[in-house]
Design a protein around this ligand. Structure first.
Ligand SMILES: [Zn+2]
Length: 507
């Protein structure tokens, strides 16, 4: 009996047995990969003329060479190794697909990798794209599954779905809804594979046979990008003393790949922001420049640097941009200063005493400003970043932070609305600090009035102290811990919206 030629797919759930893969408090990679693989197999088997194998269907430690020789035995047309990622510094996030460096195999794998990139960055399923890549070792391809696959002439790919150690990715695999989210990933992987190989499904009523899919056109050996971005420059567009913000232009270019992330320091590189997505119009195309608004302490000099990274995680540092203090002290201080100048000529020997008092106060301001800088560049300061991108902008910008919004007091109302225990705690803390601050203002005001009265009496005493310190304390009460609530919202969005559109795939 003549049977139609079947497409033979081998799905490889990465790791297994004692080889657990990555592990965090919430995830063990070998368990995640098996669940995604089972869902992917079940979905693929709904398509006509396709035969699907798993390299393991239990918690077994199978050697990589054995996995590929098995694929060879069953005459696999395509081999997909499923993984989840982690990074050394726990700062990287997003997904990526690794391909064989030999161009004939690369081109056969490319449509699937490109479809995954288009799919994972679409709509509310907004994972951060890290690209389609190759990696070379001493004996050809660096990764064993790809190298062994190449030996057998089988295009083998590695899909790194998300970073288990990064909150920016964890929303796609929420620990409290893990099985379902892994199932969705497996179904999506299967659909992308079905599209890449132009399959049809009588059972699902789907026909991808005439679907236009991305085409791989590489030749020779596809080498990875070994060089960092060629160009990275930061310049000042605007300072805003009232809002205490600076607007920056970040320009970056990498001819071999594309820019993925950037980070910013305002203290010459001592402390850094987390990694933010550089502006892109498509998953593989970075813009020549982007604007960044940064909340900063306006009363001190800044040494701003940016670092940009390409899709191979090679980094380049920008120029140093000096931004002089552009915020002025409180208006009332002007009066004090004028008064001080008026009397300084007559003050004589007492002037020295007054200056040293002023110095002390300046130190206090700087110390406090340091605290603020830490917060505005530290890890917890840009919570809205990924939320903005996943909810709003139609894919043109990946997770661009709105630093100013983050620290905006007008958002307190929103914070209360979410009514979680954390938020209420912060709101309560904020109210208490505000009350203390009010008392402090009144006290400082009283001291100033008292001093003025005394100065008038003595006519030879002057002071500029006080107001600068009060100004600074006002700044420090701004709530800045929205990160948790932002990410929690993301998880909710995913549950409510993203599973919905997929429902017909898996119900
Ligand atoms: Zn892995």
């Amino acid at each position: 009996m003549l049977q139609p030629m079947s497409l033979i797919i081998v799905i490889d759930p990465g790791h297994g047995g004692e080889n657990e893969g990555g592990k965090t408090d919430n995830y063990t990679e070998k368990e995640l990969t098996l669940k995604v693989a089972e869902a992917m197999k079940a979905q693929l088997e709904k398509y006509d003329d396709v035969k699907v194998y798993l390299t393991r269907d239990s918690d077994a430690d199978v050697a990589i060479a054995d996995r590929l020789s098995f694929a060879n035995e069953v005459h696999a047309d395509f081999y997909v190794s499923l993984h989840f990622n982690m990074s050394v510094e726990h700062d990287i996030y997003g997904f990526e697909v690794w391909l064989p460096s030999r161009s004939d195999l690369y081109n056969r794998a490319y449509p699937f990798a490109a479809l995954i990139h288009e799919d994972y960055t679409s709509g509310t399923f907004d994972l951060f794209p890290r690209g389609i890549k190759t990696r070379l070792g001493n004996n050809g391809d660096y990764y064993g599954v790809i190298r062994h696959g190449t030996e057998y002439g089988i295009p083998a790919v590695i899909v790194e779905h998300a970073h288990m150690d990064q909150a920016n990715d964890n929303w796609i695999i929420p620990p409290d809804n893990l099985d379902q989210s892994l199932y969705v990933l497996g179904v999506r992987d299967a659909e992308n594979l079905a599209k890449a190989f132009h399959l049809t499904s009588t059972a699902l009523g789907r026909d991808y046979s005439n679907l236009e899919t991305p085409v791989g056109t590489a030749s020779g050996i596809i080498a990875p990008d070994e060089t960092p971005p060629e160009f990275c420059r930061i310049s000042l567009l605007e300072t805003n003393a009232e809002e205490e913000t600076i607007r920056l232009l970040l320009e970056a270019e990498d001819k071999d790949s594309f820019i993925t992330y950037y980070k910013i320091s305002t203290d010459g590189g001592e402390t850094w922001s987390e990694l933010f997505g550089y502006s892109r119009t498509a998953w593989n195309h970075s813009e020549p420049s982007m604007e960044i608004t940064l909340k900063v302490p306006a009363d001190r000099d800044l040494d701003v640097i940016a670092v940009v990274m390409n899709s191979f995680d090679k980094a380049s540092e920008s120029n140093h941009l000096s931004v002089s203090a552009f915020g002025l002290p409180e208006p009332e201080e002007t009066g004090e200063e004028e008064e001080a100048e008026e009397v300084s000529e007559a003050a004589g020997p007492e002037k020295d005493t007054e200056s040293s008092e002023t110095d002390e106060d300046e130190t206090a301001v700087i110390a406090s400003a340091d605290e603020k800088t830490e917060r505005s560049t530290g890890e917890n300061s840009f919570p809205e970043a990924e939320k903005g991108a996943s909810e709003g902008e139609t894919g043109s910008v990946f997770r661009v932070p709105d630093l100013y919004q983050e620290l905006d007091l007008s958002k307190t109302g929103e914070l209360l609305d979410t009514a979680s225990s954390n938020d209420l705690f912060y709101a309560g803390t904020f109210a208490a600090i505000a009350l203390l601050f009010l008392i402090l203002i009144l006290t400082v005001f009283g001291v100033i009035i008292g001093r003025r009265a005394e100065r008038r009496r003595r006519r030879k005493r002057a002071g500029t102290a006080g107001s600068g310190r009060a100004y600074d304390r006002r700044e420090t009460v701004r709530p800045d811990k929205r990160m948790t609530s932002g990410r929690r919202n993301d998880a909710t969005d995913w549950n409510d919206e993203d599973v919905g559109p997929d429902a017909d795939d898996w119900l």
